[in-house]
Write a protein that binds this ligand. Structure first.
Ligand SMILES: Nc1nc2c(ncn2[C@@H]2O[C@H](COP(=O)(O)OP(=O)(O)OP(=O)(O)O)[C@@H](O)[C@H]2O)c(=O)[nH]1
Ligand SMILES: [Mg+2]
Length: 301
């Protein structure tokens, strides 16, 4: 992961590491410390389950292993998070990705950055705008695509989102694209009609190409933290989500929520957004993330 991850996550790291360092300086961990650790971890939005694991295991771990409390804490967090596999789940060509999430979560920005990365790997990328509610959505994608030199497919507002997805996958097949990325309209998952539309987009991708889509990314706004859990679960009932993207982690002290969400939803985090720049979408690496969050160096520390 990028060398400056710690500085990108400064808000979370300051809140978490700063307080823990002060506490751990005292040496052995007593019950009072554990109460405080609990507050600190919950404050970082790490969630009850992971926090309880830490509180249960930390004293014994540090006593038995001779690890520093922070090293032991890092290990517990890493061991209790689902393994984040970045490997492509399929060698299919085109590799079809559908990107979903609530309004403003960062879907379009994420897609632009993903497309840029794929292009750097010499992939031929088609971006499709299945946000057929807003005229501005297609324009926003077109601006990005223009800048990147990527192909983009969109329809007039009011047309059928499923039809756009179908056309995109078909075009991906017939024109030999490596990747097709489908942007969808932001939606609150309490609107059944809108969730049905996602299920339909998923279905028509499969009709256009047997194995598609190969990836469904759910984009979550990191500043919302764990409160997004219920929303995420609603999305997951409508469409089989295969990976999480957590954005805006530069703007929040709730960085712990990334770990909480991944373990509660049992879905790996694939990418994180740590800024508005084109380089600020990172592959998620669990160990680097935990270490950055705790203000530790990459190796040891
Ligand atoms: N600071 C910061 N801002 C981000 C990040 N990712 C996205 N944003 C900003 O969030 C805002 C919304 O991003 P979009 O990509 O348009 O969100 P969207 O999910 O496509 O929104 P809708 O299509 O309206 O549902 C933009 O101003 C982005 O620049 C991030 O990692 N960090
Ligand atoms: Mg968008």
């Amino acid at each position: 992961m990028a060398f400056d991850l710690r500085s990108k996550l400064r808000k979370s790291s300051d809140a978490l590491a700063g307080k823990l360092d002060r506490l751990f300086r005292g040496g052995a961990i007593d019950d009072e410390d554990l109460d405080e650790i609990e507050d600190i971890l919950l404050g970082s939005d790490l969630g009850w389950e992971l926090t309880e694991k830490v509180i249960d295991e930390l004293p014994l771990r540090t006593r038995r292993s001779g690890l520093s409390p922070k090293e032991a804490l890092a290990l517990i967090l890493i061991e209790n998070s689902p393994l984040p596999g970045l490997e492509k789940t399929s060698e299919a060509r085109p590799f079809v990705t559908v990107v979903v999430g609530v309004n403003g979560a960062g879907k379009t920005t994420t897609i632009a950055r993903l497309a840029a990365r794929l292009q750097r790997k010499e992939e031929k990328v088609l971006i499709a705008c299945a946000d057929t509610f807003r005229a501005a959505a297609a324009e926003q994608l077109e601006v990005w695509a223009d800048r990147l030199g990527t192909a983009v497919l969109s329809q007039l507002p009011g047309s059928d989102a499923g039809a756009v997805a179908f056309d995109a996958v078909k075009r991906g097949l017939s024109r030999d694209y490596d990747s097709v990325i489908i942007d969808t309209a932001g939606r609150l998952p309490n609107k059944k009609g809108l969730l049905d539309e996602l299920a339909k987009i998923h279905r028509v991708c499969g009709r256009a190409m047997d194995s598609a889509p190969h990836e469904v990314l759910l984009v979550l706004d990191g500043t919302v933290g764990q409160n997004a859990r219920a929303q995420a679960e609603q999305f997951m009932r409508a469409i089989p989500v295969t990976g999480l993207v957590v954005t805006k982690l530069d703007g929040t002290a709730k960085g712990g929520s990334v770990l909480a969400m991944a373990s509660q939803l049992s879905i790996p985090v694939k990418y994180i957004g740590v800024g508005e720049g084109s380089e600020d979408l990172l592959d998620f690496d669990l160990e680097s993330y935990v270490r950055a969050l705790l203000g530790m160096d990459e190796a040891g520390g």
